[in-house]
Design a protein around this ligand. Structure first.
Ligand SMILES: C[S@@+](CC[C@H](N)C(=O)[O-])C[C@H]1O[C@@H](n2cnc3c(N)ncnc32)[C@H](O)[C@@H]1O
Ligand SMILES: CC(C)=CCC/C(C)=C/COP(=O)(O)OP(=O)(O)O
Ligand SMILES: [Mg+2]
Length: 291
């Protein structure tokens, strides 16, 4: 599939399907938090997701040093890129002839990383015109616009042909949609034998119900965090069979603890730290085969 064969994607911007989607489009059109832009400026990969892995304290050095804040930003960005690398590790054997789909692509950092790794075409969809233009601008700057393309499009209703996609993913974007509708669409566009991967935050059914911290995160981002149980049920109902499930909660806590000490805090750090610690919220990777 090429961009040329998917004219519906670029021809005209579709109206959001619901008033809620209008709110989300507006939210991301207006988003310009320093914690995202300053981190992206480190190497030109702009992410809207969180980080994983151990903090490199040797690289950070002395907190009193005048360069410390700059090093802290670079370290947070390194952990966010490590998260995207882990997601890409689970896409399976991708060739340069394949097409990948990033559902809820943000400013496109993960798409650039996927193209660099596999040499393939990557199509991203976001509700936000500002984000799509930003991602396409970056792709042009990098001269990869023939391979990496962002579109203003609802991930529940994409124009990609049935069975045309080798692998697709959601990186922290499933909490904006109904999971049954979402997995029905991934299942439709994926080839049989293709791979679906998500990294997401979900509430833990063992806790009972969404905790006050989870409710706080929902209110902060205008989203609706699902339970772990809901993911597995909606996948099973849509021919997506989990191959790997990784609880990344212990791996993401160092990122949050470091971020809480930075000048770029947004006020949501406590909710993530406390909910990960009390077990009410989990950060997970799920990779599933389209069967
Ligand atoms: C937290 S950001 C994640 C961005 C990106 N995946 C990343 O890792 O940097 C959530 C994204 O989901 C997108 N989104 C939310 N609902 C959507 C929908 N129904 N269709 C397409 N994109 C959607 C938003 O526009 C935004 O780009
Ligand atoms: C894991 C969960 C529940 C994620 C919610 C979705 C979300 C807003 C992710 C990060 O975006 P961002 O990078 O724009 O957020 P921030 O400004 O906090 O870095
Ligand atoms: Mg961020």
């Amino acid at each position: 599939m090429t961009t040329e064969t998917t004219p519906a994607l670029s021809a005209k911007i579709p109206a959001p399907a619901t008033p809620y989607q209008e709110d989300i489009a507006r939210y991301w059109n207006n988003e310009a938090r320093p914690v995202n832009l300053r981190l992206g400026d480190v190497d030109g990969l702009y992410h809207h997701h969180y980080g994983i892995g151990a903090v490199d304290h040797a690289a950070l050095g002395d907190p009193e040093h005048r360069e410390y804040e700059k090093k802290l930003i670079a370290e947070l960005h390194r952990l966010e890129s490590a998260q995207a690398e882990l997601l890409l590790d689970h896409l399976g054997a991708i060739t340069s002839d394949d097409t990948l789909v990033d559902a809820g692509c943000g400013r496109g950092g993960s798409m650039v990383m996927a193209h660099r790794r596999f040499g393939c075409r990557v199509q991203g969809v976001t509700l936000s015109k500002t984000q799509a233009e930003f991602g396409n601008g970056r792709a042009r700057d990098l001269r990869i616009q023939d391979h990496v393309r962002s579109h203003v499009c609802n991930m529940l209703d994409t124009p990609f042909e049935k069975g045309s996609v080798a692998a697709s993913w959601n990186n922290e974007s499933t909490m904006y949609v109904d999971l049954h509708d979402l997995f029905a669409e991934h299942s439709r566009i994926l080839k049989v034998g293709g791979r679906y991967v998500t990294i997401t935050g979900c509430w833990n059914p063992r806790y009972g119900q969404p905790s006050k911290w989870v409710s706080q995160i929902n209110a902060h981002f205008e989203c609706n965090i699902h339970s772990r149980r809901e993911y597995l049920r909606a996948m099973a109902d849509n021919r997506l069979v989990p191959q790997t499930i990784i609880d990344l909660t212990p791996d993401t806590l160092p990122y949050w603890e470091l971020r809480a000490t930075s000048s770029l805090v947004t006020g949501i750090e406590e909710a993530f730290i406390e909910s990960y610690r009390d077990g009410s919220f989990q950060y997970v990777l799920i990779a599933a085969d389209r069967v």
